[in-house]
Design a protein around this ligand. Structure first.
Ligand SMILES: [Ca+2]
Ligand SMILES: [Ca+2]
Ligand SMILES: [Ca+2]
Length: 73
């Protein structure tokens, strides 16, 4: 991927932080995460029901356990 826009491919890496809606960062989007939504997780500048709704659409998504072990936070 050309990360600096000079037309040449560059080596790079991206850090994965957590799944959208995984408010407690345990690698799974669960019903209990819905209780913790007090931040603007969809990035629209407001903390409202849309954040909960958007997180709810990700319910039951999970990071593979082997991958989760590699994530530092
Ligand atoms: Ca480049
Ligand atoms: Ca979670
Ligand atoms: Ca929001």
């Amino acid at each position: 991927m050309d990360l600096d826009g000079d037309g040449q491919f560059d080596d790079g890496h991206f850090e994965f932080f957590r799944l959208f809606g995984d408010t407690n960062g345990n690698g799974r989007v669960e019903a209990s995460d819905q209780l913790n939504i007090n931040e603007d997780i969809n990035g629209d500048g407001r903390i409202d029901t849309r954040d909960r709704r958007d997180a709810k659409t990700r319910l039951h998504q999970a990071v593979d356990d082997a991958l989760l072990a590699l994530i530092d936070d």
